[in-house]
Write a protein that binds this ligand. Structure first.
Ligand code: HEC
Length: 149
């Protein structure tokens, strides 16, 4: 009997902790994106964004960005200062590769993640779609466009 009680007492806080974690994640938890409708890219990484200007990619990328990136990088890709303004990345192929790598790896400082790694969550297609969306937002803002073009 005593043993059972103790087990129950142990199980209770654990149960609470698990529930809290699930809730704390809620909206904005890293989540996969359905890229149906985009040309599949296969196993090998592209060394430049294959979807530039692709309307479907912009649409999918917008939803993927809002789910996974907006809470830190800002609504409509306009940074509120918490994380870099991704519209300011230049449009070179080197910058494409940098983007792919950074999103997969996340950002760590002093052993803590400032940005989660998305390698296991977002496909190559999803990451390029997000990049395409961000570039389309950059094009809408003359001040940003002037900086990067
Ligand atoms: C929890 C907050 C958070 C989330 C979510 C997040 N990021 Fe970040 N990201 C950051 C921070 C903070 C930095 C700057 C890290 C540093 O100082 O090294 C950063 C840096 C970057 C960089 C490098 C920018 C540069 O100017 O060098 C890229 C690219 C990037 N993030 C893309 C994304 C994308 C795309 C998503 C969504 C799929 C995303 N991030 C989600 C916080 C976040």
């Amino acid at each position: 009997m005593i043993r059972t009680l103790r087990a129950a007492a142990l199980a209770l806080p654990l149960g609470f902790a698990a529930t809290t974690l699930v809730h704390a994640h809620g909206d904005g938890a890293p989540s996969a994106i359905d890229t149906t409708g985009l040309e599949p890219l296969g196993e090998n990484d592209r060394d430049k964004n294959p979807y530039i200007g692709n309307a479907k990619a912009i649409e999918i990328g917008a939803s993927g960005y809002n789910k996974n990136c907006a809470r830190c990088h800002g609504i409509d890709a306009k940074s509120g200062g918490m994380a870099p303004d991704l519209r300011e990345l230049d449009k070179t192929e080197a910058s494409d590769v940098y983007f792919l790598t950074r999103v997969r790896g996340g950002a760590q400082r002093d052993g803590r993640y400032r940005m989660p790694p998305f390698a296991d969550i977002l496909s190559q297609e999803a990451i390029w779609a997000i990049r395409t969306y961000i570039e389309s937002e950059a094009d809408k803002d003359p001040a940003i466009a002037a900086k990067i073009n």
